[in-house]
Design a protein. Structure first.
Length: 859
C-alpha cells in the first residue's frame, strides 16, 4: 500500500532529459538524465530510478561505464548507491512495443506506435524518476523507418528533421516547458494530418494538427471546431491562452481511457475525435466536444500546474472536469447539460461512495495507482469546486483559480494550495470544504417543514447525516450549500431576506451543522418549497414532496434541473409502487403529469425529452437497494408500456420527426423523436416497427441508432433486418461496429447469455478496449436481465472473460470488474452467486489492479 502520509520529496531533481529513440523490431532508448541532489536531501541517498518491462543494455555516469557492482536491478527499480551531487546518467535500454498489451508505456495501435505515460507509464520506456513532482525539460530524437512511420511526433516544437541512413529518418522535438514525465508523449506512425489554425488574443498563431488513420480526414471537423471553441472559452472566461505554437491531437484505435493531455501532443481514444453525421450520434458529438475541451483545459490545470503526488489527482481532474462542465453548459442547453452530469454522478459516483471501493476525493492509500482514476476523484471532485464557486461566487472562483495558477506556475501543487488561493481571493475561510476532500460517502439531508397559520410562520428543519462507508467508520458534518425557493399558493416566488450565516443569500441555505432551523415570518399561507436547484450539492435530499407538489414542479418550475428531478421522483415512486403491487396513485400522477406536459411542452425539446425519459436500467440499479434486478426491469417495462399507451398521440407526432441536420434545434428534436419511438416500440405494432426499421436505415447515425434502440428488445423480423443491415453497412467502421456490438449486448431478448457468448466469438469481435467495453461493459451495466441471470451464469461469464483480459490488460479488467463488486447490494440469492464469481476471479491470480478491488469487495 502506498500512503499519502508517506510522501517525501525526491532526493534527486532531474532538470533535463534527452532521449534518442530508435524504432526497429524492438525500440532502443538512449537516455541522458541530468540529475542533481535536491538541496537539503540526504547526501548519502542512493539514486533510485523506476523502470518496468525494459532491458538495460548499458549504463554510464558522466561518460564512464558503471561497473556491474556499482548498480542493482530490482523488479521495478534501478539503484545506483554511490553518486555525486550533480551528474549525467546515460542509460541504454530496449523495449518491445509490439508485445505491449497493457497499453501503457510505448505500444502499437494500428498503423502507429504511441505512448500512454499517466500515471506511471514513462518508466516502461526508460529508467526515470517516475513521479509527478519531478519536472524536466525534454529533448527527444525519434528515428524510424521512413515508409512505415512517416510521421514522428513528440511534445513541443520540431527543431530538426532529416534522413537517417537508408530508408530511415528522424525528427528532434524540444519542449520548452518543464514537465513531469507522465506528460511525455511520442508517436511514430503512418497517419493523415488535418491542420487548422487559431490565433490567441495576444497574437500567437497556433497550428492545430489532428493526426488520424488515413481515410478519416473527413471526420475531424467537429473536433477541430470544438478545440477552437475550447481555446476561446478559456481565453474569455479564465483569461488563459495556449503557450506553444503547435497543438497536436492523435487519434488511437486502442486506448484504455478517454484521452490524455500530454503537453502539446494529446493522445485520444479515436472515439473522442472522429465524428461525422453518418458515423456519430449527437451524444457522440457532445462527447468529442467535452473531451477535447477537457484535455485542452488541462494545459493550465494539470500541465502548467501539476500534482505533487497522485493522491492530489483531483487537483487537476476535479478542476478540469468542473471547467469542461461549465464549458459544455455555456455552449449547449444549461439545464440538459446539468441533468446529464448529475445522471452520471448518480449512476457512477454515488454507488462507488456507498460500496467497497469508497474513498475520499483525496484518497489516503492505494495499491495500484491506476485505480485512483475514479468517478469520485473526477466527478465528485468537480462537485466540490462547483459548491465552492456557488458559495464564494463564480467570478471570485475564477479569480481564485487565476491566483492559484500564478502562485504555482511551473510547479507541482496540492489540493491545499488550491483552497488557500480560493481563501486568499475570497477572504472567506473554507475549512469546512477541506473535509469534503477527506471524507467519503454521500451525505443525506433530511428536511421537514411546518407552517403555523396563526403566527404566519413557516419553519424549515434541516438535518445532515453521512452513513459510515466501507473505508471510514466515523463521519463529521460538512458544509452543504442548498439552493432553495418558496412559492405561494399562486405559484409566485416569495421574496426572502437573507439570514446569515445559515442563509447567506435569499436563495441559498448553507448547512454547516448537523441540524439547523430556519424561520420565516409574515408568511400568509403554507408555501411550497423546492430544494437543490441545479443540484447545488452532491447529496441525497429527503423531503416528503406530495405527488401534487412533484407534478407542479415538473410542470411549472423554472429551474430545468428541478423539473427533471421531480419527474425522476415521480417515476421512481411509480416504479416502487408497481414493484410492490399494483399501479396506483403514484403511477396515475406520473401519467397525468406527463400528459399535461406533452400538451404544454417547454420550448427546449431536449429538456422535454429528459423530463419524459425513464431512468436507464443502470441508473435504477445504482439507486435501488436491496436490488432485485428482475423486479426492477419488470416494473420499468410496465411503466414504459403505460407511458406509451397514455401518450400515444403526442409520442406518435414526435416519433415521425426525422430531421438530419446538426442544428441545436434539430438535435433536440431527434432526442425527443428517438425517445418517442422507443416508448412506442413497446406497443408491438407493425406500424411502429416499420417506422423504426425505416429509421434504422437513416444516413444520420443518431436516427439510425434511435431506430435500432426502439427495436432492440423485440423478437421481430424488423429487428433482425435492421441489425443485419446495420452490421453489413458498418462492418469496416470499428467505432460504428462497436455500437452494433453494444446494441446486441444490451438486448433484453431471451437467451441473453448465449447471445453474449456468441458475440465474444463473432468473427468481427476483434478485441480492443472499445470493443471489449462495448460487449462486456454494456452487458453488465445495461442488460440487467441477462447479467443477473438467476443461476449466476452472467457473473460467471464476466469473471471468466475478465481473467483472460486481466492477463493482458489489467487496467481494462479493473474497470470491468466493477460490475461484480456490488454483491452486497443485491438480493441474497443473486448476491451469493456474484460473490462466488468474484472468488473464482480472486483464485485466478489477478493483477494488482484487479486484486485491489476484489480484495475490498470480499473484505
Ligand atoms: N489524465 C487523463 C484525463 O483524465 C486520464 C489518464 C488516465 N490514465 C490512467 N492510466 N488511468 O484526461
Ligand atoms: Zn483529465
Amino acid at each position: 500500500m502506498i500512503l499519502r502520509s508517506d510522501y517525501r520529496a525526491s532526493d534527486f531533481l532531474l532538470d533535463r532529459i534527452e532521449l534518442h529513440v530508435s524504432v526497429e523490431a524492438l525500440t532502443t532508448v538512449e537516455a541522458w538524465l541530468h540529475l542533481r541532489r535536491r538541496p537539503g536531501a540526504d547526501p548519502a541517498a542512493s539514486l533510485v530510478l523506476d523502470g518496468r518491462g525494459i532491458e538495460l543494455l548499458s549504463i554510464e555516469l558522466d561518460g564512464t561505464p558503471i561497473a556491474p557492482s556499482g548498480y542493482r536491478i530490482e523488479p521495478e527499480q534501478l539503484v545506483v548507491p554511490a553518486v555525486p551531487d550533480a551528474f549525467v546518467l546515460r542509460t541504454l535500454t530496449r523495449n518491445d512495443p509490439e508485445k505491449n498489451t497493457v497499453l501503457e508505456g510505448w505500444y502499437r495501435s494500428g498503423p502507429m506506435l504511441c505512448t500512454q505515460c499517466e500515471a506511471q507509464g514513462f518508466s516502461r520506456i526508460t529508467y526515470a524518476l517516475d513521479r509527478p513532482d519531478v519536472l524536466s525539460r525534454f529533448r527527444v530524437r525519434l528515428e524510424a523507418e521512413t515508409a512505415r512511420y512517416p510521421v514522428l511526433l513528440a511534445n513541443g516544437n520540431c527543431v530538426e528533421s532529416g534522413d537517417a541512413g537508408p530508408g530511415r529518418h528522424y525528427a528532434v522535438w524540444e519542449d520548452p516547458h518543464p514537465k513531469p514525465c507522465y506528460l511525455f508523449a511520442m508517436v511514430a506512425g503512418d497517419l493523415a494530418c488535418v491542420e487548422g489554425r487559431h490565433r490567441t488574443p495576444s497574437g500567437r498563431d497556433v497550428a492545430l494538427r489532428f493526426y488520424v488513420d488515413r481515410g478519416n480526414e473527413n471526420r475531424v471537423a467537429h473536433a477541430m471546431e470544438s478545440l477552437r471553441k475550447a481555446m476561446q472559452w478559456d481565453e474569455s472566461v479564465y483569461g488563459l491562452e495556449y503557450d506553444l505554437d503547435i497543438y497536436m491531437v492523435v487519434a488511437a484505435r486502442d486506448f484504455n481511457m478517454g484521452a490524455m493531455e500530454n503537453k502539446g501532443l494529446n493522445l485520444f481514444n479515436a472515439r473522442f475525435v472522429l465524428a461525422s453525421p453518418q458515423t456519430a450520434t449527437d451524444v457522440d458529438y457532445d462527447g468529442v466536444e467535452s473531451v477535447i475541451a477537457h484535455e485542452y483545459f488541462h494545459n493550465w490545470t494539470g500541465n502548467r500546474v501539476t500534482c505533487r503526488d497522485w493522491f492530489q489527482l483531483s487537483l487537476k481532474e476535479g478542476l478540469t472536469v468542473y471547467r469542461d462542465q461549465c464549458f459544455s453548459a455555456d455552449l449547449g442547453s444549461r439545464d440538459v447539460t446539468r441533468i446529464e452530469h448529475v445522471r452520471t454522478l448518480r449512476a457512477l459516483q454515488f454507488p462507488e461512495d456507498a460500496g467497497p471501493t469508497a474513498h475520499p476525493v483525496r484518497p489516503d492509500a492505494y495499491a495500484e495507482v491506476n485505480n485512483l482514476y475514479t468517478a469520485t476523484v473526477y466527478e465528485k471532485g468537480a462537485e466540490i469546486l462547483r459548491m465552492l464557486a456557488s458559495v464564494i461566487g463564480e467570478e471570485t472562483f475564477v479569480a481564485g483559480i487565476g491566483h492559484y495558477l500564478k502562485q504555482h506556475d511551473g510547479t507541482a501543487a496540492t489540493v491545499e494550495d488550491l483552497l488557500a488561493s480560493l481563501e486568499a481571493v475570497s477572504g472567506q475561510k473554507l475549512d469546512g470544504f477541506r473535509r469534503w476532500y477527506s471524507q467519503s460517502g454521500t451525505p443525506s439531508v433530511e428536511i421537514t417543514d411546518e407552517y403555523d397559520a396563526a403566527e404566519g410562520r413557516y419553519t424549515l428543519r434541516l438535518r445532515q447525516h453521512t452513513a459510515p462507508t466501507h473505508d471510514q467508520a466515523q463521519k463529521t458534518v460538512l458544509p452543504i450549500p442548498l439552493r432553495f425557493s418558496l412559492r405561494d399558493d399562486d405559484g409566485q416566488l416569495l421574496q426572502l431576506s437573507p439570514q446569515p450565516p445559515l442563509m447567506p443569500r435569499a436563495d441559498l441555505i448553507l448547512l454547516e451543522a448537523a441540524e439547523a432551523e430556519l424561520r420565516f415570518d409574515n408568511i400568509e399561507s403554507r408555501p411550497t418549497p423546492a430544494f437543490l436547484h441545479g443540484f447545488s450539492a452532491p447529496v441525497k435530499l429527503q423531503y416528503a414532496y406530495t405527488p401534487d407538489a412533484l407534478s407542479a414542479l415538473v410542470l411549472n418550475e423554472e429551474d430545468g434541473f428541478l423539473r427533471w428531478e421531480a419527474s425522476q421522483r415521480l417515476m421512481f415512486d411509480a416504479l416502487f409502487e408497481t414493484m410492490n403491487g399494483e399501479p396506483g396513485e403514484h403511477s396515475r400522477m406520473l401519467l397525468h403529469t406527463l400528459q399535461v406536459l406533452a400538451a404544454n411542452p417547454p420550448a427546449d425539446k431536449a429538456l422535454l425529452a429528459e423530463l419524459l425519459r425513464l431512468p436507464a436500467e443502470s441508473e435504477l440499479a445504482a439507486q435501488i437497494e436491496p436490488l432485485d434486478p428482475h423486479a426492477v426491469t419488470r416494473a420499468r417495462d410496465g411503466l414504459r408500456h403505460a407511458i406509451a399507451q397514455a401518450l400515444t398521440g403526442p409520442l406518435s407526432v414526435w416519433a415521425a420527426w426525422m430531421p438530419t441536420d446538426l442544428s441545436p434545434e434539430n438535435r433536440a428534436r431527434r432526442s425527443l423523436s428517438n425517445l418517442a419511438l422507443w416508448y412506442l416500440g413497446h406497443l408491438n405494432s407493425a406500424r411502429i416497427r416499420k417506422l423504426a426499421l425505416e429509421r434504422a436505415h437513416s444516413p444520420n447515425m443518431s436516427l439510425a441508432i434511435g431506430g435500432l434502440a426502439a427495436l432492440r428488445d423485440s423478437d421481430s423480423a424488423e429487428r433482425e433486418e435492421a441489425m443485419d443491415a446495420f452490421h453489413l453497412r458498418f462492418r469496416d467502421e470499428p467505432l460504428v461496429l462497436d455500437k452494433w456490438f453494444a446494441m446486441e449486448a444490451a438486448s433484453a431478448r431471451p437467451a441473453g447469455l448465449e447471445r453474449v457468448t456468441a458475440l465474444l466469438t463473432h468473427p468481427d469481435f476483434k478485441p480492443n478496449p472499445n470493443r471489449t467495453r462495448a460487449v462486456l461493459g454494456t452487458f453488465m451495466r445495461e442488460n440487467l436481465r441477462s447479467f443477473h441471470a438467476p443461476d449466476g451464469g452472467g457473473y460467471r461469464l464476466l469473471a471468466t472473460e475478465l481473467a483472460k483480459i486481466d492477463a493482458g490488460n489489467p487496467q481494462l479488467a479493473a474497470r470491468l470488474v466493477e460490475g461484480l463488486l456490488g454483491w452486497r447490494r443485491l438480493v441474497p440469492a443473486l448476491g451469493e452467486h456474484m460473490r462466488a464469481a468474484l472468488e473464482q476471479l480472486a483464485q485466478a491470480g489477478p493483477s494488482r489492479d484487479v486484486a485491489e478491488k476484489i480484495g475490498k469487495a470480499l473484505e
